[in-house]
Design a protein around this ligand. Structure first.
Ligand code: TTJ
Length: 695
């Protein structure tokens, strides 16, 4: 049986919905290299143009899977947002059409229609047919140079079977059509109009964006409402006053077109309120400020909650800087300094007291930092960290001044915040003591590994896997069935702790969590003000996890295919998402896929992983086949478990990923946190997705 590994699933609490899971799409290369002999001058010209994009789409949009498909929308929308940033556009409409095309329309000035000297074509045609031409006509000072962003409208055109652009400008409607990147006729004038703006409709090319299913059929990749809605909502938060309307013409809700409008006069303060709508806050409204210095615009909003996790998200020119950077560092430094200063000045902390650490201060904090930088430098492997040195000082001094002012002007909530911070400091100090004790004890009892871990003999984390298995009996089968060279087994008993509802220091009290922390080697490295490093406690959403101490690079959750199993999986994912986020982000967390059925006829045995496959196999084998339904992992023989679920040659694993950290953060809150109302609402809104759940 040919199987694919790894697949990916979105890191939201699992609701059993198969649609949330998607495979990893490699950047696909289409081999239509001209053979030797036809290599003439015109072929070279073509190669430097849009043909190069069609040959190596991955280089321009990353993948040809769902991510790449949606990237096309962002490329087009970015142009309209630039027009909004320049102050000429107030509304952007995005429509998904029944034929899987997408329309984006703005009410900006319209792309110029006159001839560009250098290309000899209209500006419109230049934007859509010349690679990297976007920036010259974008008009905005905030062009982005990092990652895959800003590759331009011509890339979308190259990867579309058809693209139509209409420009409403100078009282006239202009229109041009392109087929796979080539103009199909000139820019035409259709007639008069009193509107202004640009409208683009594109039909993504199936030759490029498709998937092959188990039965070797080619499937179109389609636009997903949730993906578009999340990003467009974020765009609206990040650009206050901008109205973004998303409409899905494929779906009807109560006989009406499915449509949402995102429009926030509060900008990122509304974003913070949205993220905190599931949390109890210490003050209302969120702190908000916007200030410009030396061409850099710095906009921040922050609000403390009773929560334990820290939720800070940062953006540069509307792009999520997932790995932070100078703007985030400036913000954190300012916050640590100003809160400590204020605590001292108001005699909350005495001179003899230890200061608050940054982690103490950020516990329960939700914050958005959004900067606009003219020439951003993105660094790091995934180009998601801002590198511009000058930005750190700018953000630091703006944030210090404005947060300090707020504390002075709002002494009541300031006091509540300080109490919360003091609480987190005391919990940290108590937990550190307890942990040192535990460590001493475990040093005495020999080794730092939990007793029930069946470790593997290899010690190279890159080669090693650990199965987190539900229950002792399945754990027993897994131990017998495994390849002990590189596969370790940790059986977990019963339900593990819902870490979302306990104080961080208390997670160490739970045996199963403690066992996981030790077995996996989860540790954070803290650096104090003198620059000394020490091992600290895991904190929710902390980014300072020491991946060098991680003992396995494949952490595989293996639970039964029933309601309890999916609950345990959700609890484990909650733990990883909250306390070991970098491990999830690195793609080290997987979900095992045990089969649901064994079908046998004579000597032929087939394992089926879903109902669809079962039907297909039964159709092939005919009536007399013997069907066994596995109710749990414990029912499988060790060899069966190896063959179907653990053998790297034949198994399927789904890799867990975090596409949108803030949205996942919010979803975990909803599903695992205390607030009942919003959870019910979420379940009601999403219930249709699990209607076909097989239990
Ligand atoms: C450029 O400078 C002169 C006035 O118009 C500026 C411009 O190009 N504006 C503009 C481009 N507004 N909207 C766009 C645009 C919108 C979409 C949906 C797609 C594209 C490729 C551009």
């Amino acid at each position: 049986m040919a199987k694919k590994e790894p697949g990916t699933v979105a890191a939201v609490p699992d609701d059993g919905n198969e649609k949330d899971k998607e495979k990893v799409y490699q950047s696909q290369e289409i081999d239509n290299t001209p053979v030797e002999g036809d290599y003439n001058a015109s072929a070279i010209d073509v190669l430097e143009g849009l043909e190069a994009v069609r040959m190596r789409p991955g280089m321009y949009i990353g993948t040809t899977g769902p991510k790449g498909l949606h990237h096309l929308v962002w490329e087009i929308v970015d142009n309209a947002v630039d027009e909004a940033l320049a102050g000429h556009c107030t509304q952007i409409d995005v429509q998904i059409n029944p034929d899987n095309s997408c329309t984006v329309r703005d009410n900006g000035r319209g792309i110029p229609t006159d001839i560009v000297e250098k290309t000899g074509k209209s500006a419109v045609e230049t934007v859509f047919t010349v690679l990297h031409a976007g920036g010259k006509f974008g008009g905005g000072g905030y062009k982005v140079s990092g990652g895959l962003h800003g590759v331009g409208a011509s890339v979308v055109n190259a990867l579309s079977e058809r693209l139509e652009v209409e420009v409403y400008r100078n009282g006239r409607i202009h229109k041009q059509v392109y087929l796979r990147g080539n103009a199909d006729g000139d820019l035409q004038i259709l007639g008069p109009t009193d509107e202004r703006g640009t409208k683009v409709t594109f039909w993504p090319d199936d030759l490029i964006f498709h998937d092959i299913n188990e039965d070797n059929e080619r499937l179109k990749i389609i636009f997903e409402w949730d993906t578009l809605a999340t990003r467009l909502r974020e765009m609206a938060f990040l650009n206050k006053g901008l109205k973004v309307v998303l409409t899905d013409h494929r779906a009807k809700v109560d006989d009406k077109e499915k449509s949402e409008t995102y429009h926030y006069e509060g900008g990122i303060a509304s974003y913070v309120e949205y993220l905190n709508d599931t949390r109890d806050t210490l003050h209302k409204p969120p702190i908000y400020f916007e200030q410009r210095a030396e061409d850099v615009t710095c906009e921040c909003s922050l609000q403390w909650t009773t929560q334990y996790s820290e939720s800070i998200y940062s953006f540069v020119n509307n792009i999520n800087t997932h790995d932070g950077g100078t703007h985030e560092t400036g913000f954190r430094n300012a916050l640590t300094r100003i809160v400590n200063d204020y605590a001292k000045k108001s005699n909350f902390l005495k001179d003899s007291d230890d200061k608050f650490t940054g982690e103490d201060i950020r516990e329960g904090l939700t914050a958005i930092i959004s900067v606009k930088v003219p020439d951003p430098q993105f660094e790091g492997q995934t180009k998601q960290r801002l590198g511009n040195r000058e930005v750190q000082g700018i953000v630091q001094s703006i944030a210090a001044e404005r947060v300090s002012d707020w504390l002075e002007l709002n002494p009541k909530p300031a006091k509540d915040i300080l109490n919360k911070i003091l609480n987190s400091k005391q919990a940290r100090e108590a937990a550190l003591k307890a942990k040192t004790l535990v460590r001493r004890q475990s040093a005495l009892s020999g080794g730092g590994l939990p007793g029930k871990l069946a470790d593997c003999s290899d010690k190279d984390p890159e080669k090693c896997e650990i199965y987190l298995v539900e229950g002792d009996s399945a754990g027993g089968s897994a131990k017998q069935g495994r390849n002990r060279a590189f596969q370790a087994i940790l059986p977990l008993r019963g339900k593990i702790l819902n870490v979302e509802r306990v104080q961080p220091s208390r997670i160490y009290d739970n045996n199963e969590v403690q066992a996981m922390i030790q077995a996996l080697g989860l540790a954070v490295t803290e650096t104090n003000e003198e620059g000394n490093k020490s091992t600290g406690l895991l904190r929710p959403n902390a980014q300072n996890l020491d991946l060098g101490k991680l003992r396995y690079h494949k952490i595989i959750i293996m639970t039964d295919a029933d309601v309890d199993g999916s609950h345990i999986r959700t609890l484990l994912l909650t733990f990883f998402f909250r306390y070991a986020r970098p491990v999830v982000e690195k793609g080290y967390v997987y979900i095992a896929q045990p089969p649901l059925y064994k079908v046998q006829k004579g000597k032929r045995i087939e394992y089926c992983y879903n109902e669809h496959k079962l039907e297909a196999v039964l159709a092939e084998m005919g009536e007399k086949a013997d069907i066994q339904r596995f109710k749990g992992l414990g029912e499988m023989m060790p060899e069966q478990l190896w063959e179907t679920t653990m053998n790297p040659e034949t198994r399927t694993l789904k890799r867990v990923n975090v596409d949108d950290a803030s949205e996942a953060d919010h979803t975990f809150d909803l599903l695992m946190g205390e607030a009942v109302g919003p959870r019910r609402e979420f379940i009601e809104q999403n219930a249709h997705k699990v209607a076909n759940l097989d239990v």
